[in-house]
Design a protein. Structure first.
Length: 459
């Protein structure tokens, strides 16, 4: 960071209620840590905001001093885009509140909350907001990028359930965006990421979800092509209440039984939100596929959301690649079998999330999320706690991706991307990119918010 006059920093510190951390502070190293331990960025200032005023002061300070600005919510971003070198990190993790309104089943959530906190607040009312599959994920990043998870087939993506946001724009102004106020901005933030400002508050539509029926089923990796063929035919014909994502994976250890440990599998993780009296009947064709292990049954929705939290603590090495797919053709299945049989570390894996049901019935221009007609959002992640294995997991992930990409639909779900460049961003927004760029030009013409999957402004 360029040398700022110390009096400027002191004056800024006096304006905010939150904590300002500088490189010489004793807690700086801890404040720098990211979920992805592969990425180490060294900001010049980190501001942990506690209210909207802190965000406004921080945005103004960054803009007026020509600082590179990054915005951190829950911090799960695969590419480490919640931080930056030398610039200003605006950390929203101190802005947390959740209010459930049972009159209309809406939920107001602060920009710094994580999804586990939302599930905790809504579950006693028998409600849930569609989100992802890991409860420690931040609300802001997941929501602005799309939000694919267990409830997508029944209730759509997270962006399909955003009713309103409060935002601080690049000029420091505060706005509310919904279908009537700033409708262009409201369209853009539902999938366009953090390009348009800092969301300090979300208002979501929640849905009746209390106890679900689900869990994992596993087959030997050698049966992957058979299971993928069956799954592709099965899942898209199911009622919206049935969801399941397919994976190639190693069982790393507990809570799975010991006879599974260290072996490679094709797995499907199910979540059925229909009538529990009909659940066993709904799962009969699944169990008829003779999994070598199944642990499906009724469980509270927050439990299915936290199934994998313990396996994915912060600070591990992560390398991500992703694509959308229209089918699971023979070349795709062959690639999954090859690389699913050579997973390099126990936590590395591949997931395919179905895009059907309610998620597919939203128009391709109704939100920036352009791939409503794709059948799957796929992601490959190389994961390991040991930095010595970084090259190993990265090589496997890249080779897996390179084998699949020629058979993909072209772009990727932005929340599954690392820092992959402008061409990749454009491919992922496809026909919606130019509209996003025009809205970016209106609300952030100088691209203050560019540490993200960046949409360059058309002025």
């Amino acid at each position: 960071m360029k040398d700022l006059d110390s009096s400027l920093i002191e004056s800024f510190a006096l304006k905010i209620r939150g904590k300002l951390t500088l490189p010489n502070d004793s807690d700086y190293e801890e404040a720098c840590k990211l979920y992805n331990g592969m990425i180490n960025k060294r900001p010049g200032l980190i501001v942990k905001c506690v209210d909207v005023a802190d965000v406004i002061y921080s945005v103004n300070f960054g803009r007026e001093n020509n600082l590179l600005v990054a915005v951190r919510g829950g911090g799960h971003n695969g590419g480490g885009l919640g931080s930056c070198d030398d610039g200003l990190v605006i950390d929203l993790s101190g802005i947390k509140y959740i209010r459930v309104n049972t009159a209309d089943n809406t939920v107001r959530v602060g920009g710094g909350n994580i999804w586990g906190e939302v599930d905790h607040a809504t579950h006693p009312y028998g409600l849930a907001v569609p989100a992802g599959i890991i409860s420690t994920t931040g609300v802001g990043g997941l929501s602005l990028g799309g939000g694919v998870g267990h409830l997508s087939r029944k209730y759509g993506l997270t962006i399909d359930n955003i009713l309103e946001v409060d935002m601080v724009l690049a000029d420091g102004s505060f706005v509310t965006a919904n279908s009537k106020q700033h409708p262009d901005l409201f369209w853009a933030i539902r999938g366009g990421g953090g390009n348009f400002g800092i969301v300090t508050s979300f208002k979501f539509q929640a849905h009746p979800v209390k106890t679900v029926y689900g869990g994992p089923t596993l087959w030997p990796i050698e049966k992957l092509e058979e299971i993928m063929t069956w799954y592709h035919d099965f899942i898209h014909k199911q009622p919206d209440e049935m969801n399941g994502f397919i994976a190639t994976m190693i069982i790393p250890g507990p809570p799975f039984p010991e006879f599974l440990h260290g072996k490679q599998f094709c797995g499907i993780v199910w979540c059925y939100v229909g009538d529990l009296d009909k659940a066993e009947e709904a799962f009969k064709p699944i169990l008829a596929m003779d999994p070598v292990f199944e642990h499906v049954g009724p469980m509270p929705y927050p439990s299915v959301q936290t199934l994998f939290d313990g396996l994915m603590p912060p600070g591990m090495q992560w390398y991500w690649r992703a694509d959308f797919f229209n089918n699971l053709g023979s070349e795709i299945k062959a690639a999954h079998l090859k690389f699913g049989s050579s997973i390099p570390t126990p936590l590395s894996q591949m997931h395919l999330y179905p895009i059907s049901g309610a998620a597919s019935r939203v128009g391709k221009e109704d939100t920036p999320w352009a791939y409503r007609d794709a059948k799957y959002a796929g992601v490959i992640v190389g994961v390991d706690p040991d930095p010595k294995n970084t090259d190993k997991i990265t090589k496997w992930c890249k080779e897996y991706y390179n084998a699949l990409h020629p058979h993909s639909a072209g772009g990727a779900y932005s929340n599954f991307m690392m820092d992959e460049g402008q061409e990749r961003v454009q491919a992922s927004y496809k026909h919606n990119y130019n509209r996003l760029a025009s809205i970016k030009g209106k609300y952030d013409p100088n691209n203050l918010f560019r540490v993200n999957q960046n949409i360059k402004p058309i002025k």
